[in-house]
Design a protein around this ligand. Structure first.
Ligand code: CTP
Length: 449
């Protein structure tokens, strides 16, 4: 038998100390109780691919839940156990999550006629998984720490850049894997293998994909929209005729692809700028993909994807509001008005809407102005506020809003940059509003009468 490869060196080199510590501890605790524990799945795949991934997935060849409690006890974490599936999640005080599953032979039944084969329970656990590249396990017990279990040729497929299922019923068992295959293919710039591609087409033809609930499709779609290469995933979905299962009128043509390319580069630009994805990609992409369809079809799409009431509302409202804002934006760009005009158009919209408009703008100048809005204008705050208007003697009322808005416009257009200028401007504006300056300026607290 060939010697197992050890990736202990890679684990030590590529993992942060705390993660490495958790793996080592897990191996030690399992060893004390006399069973094997492994790190598995995307975590191992990403070590080999040199991609950061700190979502630890463990499989114990013993009682996974009891093991999770023991590990959590030492690490000071909480445990959420699912007894039905013999799985548990450990949540550490710093938010780190550790998934623990139980690998047990008795889960699997074989027809009596089959020759008895000795299978370790980790092998059976891995066999239930989606693709070879996700079916690697690495030993954590001391003495074997870092040894790789590769029963299905995962290392070869990683080397050859291939997404391959483990058996022919994989997509029938779980049609969401069709979208997962596409997502991993595009993320790693791999290729779905020939046989696997045939199995996908078969599953689609036999309407397995169509039988998925809208909610499950939407869940996978959201994961796709969070990818850097989301558009490539959509094009691949289109090549498997999957978009039309979301809605018959959803197809990609050259014009739409061009717009979506622009949208993706705008989204990725924004993401790079603000590391935390403050914008919800699903709403950006879905509106990009079907914002041109009539409202009743958008309602159907919301239904087909099992949107919650809230998602449906956000989706339809944003399409409406960006439509209106686009008209104002065109007027603004033709009128030669200053930047403050743009500010008040965009400020009404959530950032997702601003990104859609930025992608829609064909004129470089407008695009540039929107990027100035996103990076700078929208963060501008006045150095004065209502309290200052009071101090200079203005009676509180609706005029406050108008005056502050004018001062903000001036500030945005570079005409009232400091507090002094803003106060002066507010005062002069107030002078033009009849009946507003009724009180004496109060520079100090009101003296007792
Ligand atoms: N898995 C599966 N079939 C699915 C979903 C998950 O077989 N439909 C298995 C895969 O082995 C996967 C593991 O469960 O590696 C964990 O799932 P998930 O966290 O979704 O996958 P990752 O591979 O970690 O993907 P990502 O990098 O996108 O988090």
């Amino acid at each position: 038998k060939r010697q197992k490869k050890s990736i202990a060196g890679q684990l030590r080199d590529r993992l942060p100390e705390d993660i490495l510590g958790i793996l080592t501890l897990a191996g030690k605790l399992a060893d004390e109780d006399g069973f094997e524990v492994f790190a598995v799945g995307g975590f191992v795949r990403d070590i080999l691919l040199r991609q950061p991934n700190f979502d630890i997935d463990l499989v114990a060849e013993g009682d996974g839940i009891a093991f999770a409690y023991k590990l959590a006890g030492v690490l000071g974490g909480r445990v959420k156990a699912h007894h039905k599936f013999k799985t548990a999640v450990i949540i550490l005080p710093n938010g780190q999550r550790i998934d623990v599953a139980t690998a047990r032979l008795e889960y699997y039944e074989y027809p009596a006629a089959l020759p008895v084969v000795e299978l370790s329970s980790i092998k059976m656990d891995l066999y239930r998984r989606d693709f070879t590249i996700n079916a690697l396990a690495v030993h954590l017990n001391p003495g074997r720490f870092g040894l790789l279990e590769d029963f299905f040729g995962a290392q070869r497929d990683i080397k050859d850049k291939i997404i391959r299922v483990l058996h022919s019923l994989s997509f029938v068992e779980d049609p969401t894997r069709i979208l997962r295959a596409i997502r991993f293919e595009q993320r790693f710039e791999f290729r779905i293998g020939g046989q696997t591609e045939r199995l996908i087409r078969n599953a689609v033809q036999m309407t397995f994909f169509q039988k998925l609930s809208g909610t499950r499709i939407f869940h996978e779609l959201r994961l796709i929209f969070d990818e850097r290469n989301a558009l490539r995933c959509l094009r691949r979905m289109d090549s498997f005729a999957l978009l039309t299962h979301i809605h018959p009128n959803l197809t990609l043509d050259d014009k739409l692809i061009k717009y979506l390319e622009e949208l993706e580069s705008v989204r990725n630009w924004y993401r790079l700028l603000y590391e935390e994805p403050a914008a919800q990609s699903w709403i950006v992409y879905l509106l990009g993909l079907c914002g041109h369809l009539p409202p009743e079809e958008l309602v159907q799409i919301a239904g087909n994807l099992g949107f919650t009431e809230r998602q449906r509302h956000d989706f339809l409202a944003l399409r409406e509001r960006t439509g209106q804002a686009l008209g104002k934006l065109i007027n603004w760009s033709q009128s030669g008005e200053p930047l403050s005009g743009l500010y008040f158009i965009l400020h009404e919209l959530p950032v997702e809407g601003v990104l859609l408009l930025m992608a829609k703008s064909t004129r470089d100048q407008v695009k540039k102005a929107i990027s100035v809005y996103l990076t700078r204008l929208r963060h501008i705050k006045l150095e004065i506020g209502g309290a200052d208007l009071r101090i200079i003697g203005l009676e509180p009322g609706p005029a406050y809003g108008r005056i502050l808005r004018e001062v903000l416009a001036a500030r945005i257009d570079g005409k009232a940059e400091c507090r002094g200028d803003q106060l002066a401007l507010a005062e002069s504006l107030a002078g033009h509003i009849p009946d507003i300056k009724t009180k004496k300026p109060q520079n100090t607290a009101t003296p007792p009468s």
